[in-house]
Ligand binder design. Sequence first.
Ligand SMILES: NC(=O)c1ccc[n+]([C@@H]2O[C@H](COP(=O)([O-])OP(=O)(O)OC[C@H]3O[C@@H](n4cnc5c(N)ncnc54)[C@H](O)[C@@H]3O)[C@@H](O)[C@H]2O)c1
Ligand SMILES: [Zn+2]
Length: 363
Amino acid sequence: MLKLNVNIADRGYPIYIASDFSGLEKACYDAGLRSKMLLVTDSNVEKHYSRACVEELRKTGAEISVHVIPAGEHNKNLDTVIGIYRKLLEIKADRSSALVALGGGVTGDIAGFAAATFMRGIHFIQIPTSLIAQADSSIGGKTGVDFDGSKNMIGAFYQPRFVFINTNTLKTLPERELKSGLAEVIKHGLIMDADFYAYIDRNIDKILSFDENALEYMTKMNCRIKGTVVEQDERESGLRAILNFGHTIGHAVESVSGFSMLHGECVSAGIAGAYRLALKLGMTDKGTVDEVEGTLKKAGLPVKAPGMDTKKIMDQMFFDKKVKDGKLNFVLPKRIGEVQCCALNDKEILKEVLDELTVENIS
Ligand SMILES: NC(=O)c1ccc[n+]([C@@H]2O[C@H](COP(=O)([O-])OP(=O)(O)OC[C@H]3O[C@@H](n4cnc5c(N)ncnc54)[C@H](O)[C@@H]3O)[C@@H](O)[C@H]2O)c1
Ligand SMILES: [Zn+2]
């Protein structure tokens, strides 16, 4: 089992990376958590991992209850949070109790928000089981739910006491979800670490066939990169924005697709868009754009959103919160492994890129 630390002032915490759940008891012990725990999981993940986790958590001597929420982003709302509050009241949870999120990013975000707000904050543990959650959402302390059609509109920054990643849980994740998560992994390499990017490019097949060493290395690097950014900018006042690489176009595509494309698939198209934009602005060369698109394709990810309406994507981007004084803020590549934040003045260039992304049957 590997252990990394996220060093944030007085709220630092460890991330454990393992290939089973056997280290959970010690992780709880080291965090001083032995009181009541409520394991929150979703209806898909419950079938696979709830029993094994409960068995390990019981070894701490704590009283463990389980609350299953319905799977899916459309359940990421305040009603689901209320269900958790009610269960916490039913088991007579108090401020020494812990809420444990076992599942993907949806479960982690919902349970984290419930933990942040119940009795003004109870202990929170993340056991992420999807690649998006293991690479991204379980680290950094952003929690929350969707509200009135807007994603993550209600939420809180709330750090877990620890994150426990069992990389073998990825084996039961639907393949499309796994590939979608790879977009965030490739993003991590592109924004901060060219060697990691090259490693992923060389080892995509190993990752997709669950090679344990490759999974462990990938997870370690994801946590290190995301952890480093969060350590320097916990509340997204500066550096953390680089994690939005590929997301300005990606989020708009996600909305316009009516969420028929998965988040990572949209981020992949958004990364391709950011590189194409950088090419038009003279910030990168065609060879680099082709290389990055090649990696995304190798991971089974789309680099386009064919047939989508450019104007709708454009409108959605300006509706998005990243607009400042009518200018869109973009994270654009400097070179592989480094990005920079820029305000984009030229809407025409953006339109050209979106036309390239949405055109059908031309590469
Ligand atoms: N808090 C953050 O910083 C942050 C960062 C990125 C994304 N997010 C949020 O994360 C969510 C997306 O995360 P996600 O892709 O994990 O979604 P998800 O939680 O819906 O999981 C995707 C699907 O996989 C299933 N699943 C998860 N793990 C599984 C496993 N091991 N075996 C079988 N099935 C499994 C889930 O039941 C679900 O059907 C979005 O709501 C997004 O806003 C948050
Ligand atoms: Zn993302």
